[in-house]
Design a protein around this ligand. Structure first.
Ligand SMILES: Nc1ncnc2c1ncn2[C@@H]1O[C@H](COP(=O)(O)OP(=O)(O)OP(=O)(O)O)[C@@H](O)[C@H]1O
Length: 292
């Protein structure tokens, strides 16, 4: 699977230029974390890829197919390949865990089956297997409004994975969760993606989580990529550019110091989001609990 995004631009009708020409290529099965302050354009970028938001200009090629040129049928088919996991889970509250997970198969069943929510036995079997993998075995008949935040996000992961996507796009998966649950969800997400050989792109505020779980970091600032490199190369210069703005490095200049050069603690300990310096790695405005 290869995702090739070229010169992606999005200007909202309000005049907000959320993306100002973003280039990004993802292939293989690496985990890429997209970091950046609030308003940098992270959500807009992910939403443009599966056209929940219409881009203003640019190309988005998934295995050579330009998603921007697709009509409704083409888009529906292409979206099967893109598993989405959302910040607020986007589950149907009054439905059970199993019913929510099976909505991941809606793109594969006929219209009448979709209408009746009637799924072939192999889909149900696949859903059981994935629920087991995300640690929700035995919970398939619970309504999702009875679950904790961490459990809901596991349902969100299972729903995306049952779809058998070729890429996973994840928008702020942990922003409603406490730090420990956030860590568990990130680990689950990256392990499952690796097991299935699927690349994953995760928007995330918390730099400490990005550094711990991602192979590659893309830093957005004000709609532009200001850092793109292996996680080990994310250092102070790069974080300054991402969170405080500033000129991109001149050619020939080292793009970043290594995290190992930081001296008094990890990168994530000092930049937990939006440039706020903390000592415990938490994003200060994150809710204290979400449960697991
Ligand atoms: N529907 C919209 N209409 C108008 N402007 C929007 C809309 N959605 C986002 N924007 C603007 O686009 C810019 C990028 O927003 P976006 O939500 O993509 O950033 P973000 O990096 O995901 O931020 P956060 O981390 O807070 O979610 C911001 O200036 C925002 O105000």
């Amino acid at each position: 699977m290869t995702l090739d995004v070229t010169d992606l631009r999005k200007t909202y009708p309000t005049g907000d230029e959320a993306l100002k020409g973003v280039d990004l290529s993802i292939d293989g099965s690496e985990t890429t974390a997209m970091i950046g302050p609030s308003g940098a354009g992270k959500s807009t970028f992910i939403r443009c890829i599966n056209r929940l938001t219409e881009p203003t200009a640019g190309t988005i090629e998934l295995d050579g197919t330009d998603l921007i040129g697709l009509d409704d049928d083409g888009l529906r088919e292409a979206r099967r390949d893109i598993g989405m996991i959302f910040q607020e889970y986007n589950l149907v509250e009054r439905l059970t865990v199993m019913e929510n997970v099976l909505t991941g198969r809606l793109g594969y069943v006929s219209a009448w089956r979709a209408f009746r929510r009637s799924f072939p036995p192999e889909d149900v079997e696949r859903a059981y297997g994935i629920l087991d993998r995300v640690g929700l075995d035995g919970m398939e008949n619970k309504r999702v409004d009875e679950l904790s935040g961490g459990q809901r996000q596991r349902v969100g992961i299972a729903r995306a994975v049952v779809q058998q996507p070729t890429i996973l796009l994840v928008d702020e998966p942990t922003s409603s969760l406490d730090p420990e649950t956030s860590n568990t969800v990130m680990r689950l997400l990256t392990e499952i993606a690796a097991e299935r050989g699927v690349p994953v792109l995760i928007n995330i505020h918390e730099v400490d989580l990005a550094v711990e779980h991602a192979d590659r970091i893309v830093g957005l600032h004000d709609g532009e990529v200001v850092f793109d490199g292996p996680t080990a190369e994310l250092g102070d210069d790069a974080l300054d550019r991402v969170y405080r703005g500033g000129d991109p490095p001149e050619s020939g200049e080292s793009r970043a110091v290594t995290a190992a050069d930081d001296g008094d603690g990890s990168v994530g300990d000092r930049f937990a989001g939006d440039g706020v310096v903390t000592t415990d790695g938490r994003t200060p405005d994150r809710p204290a609990s979400g449960g697991s």
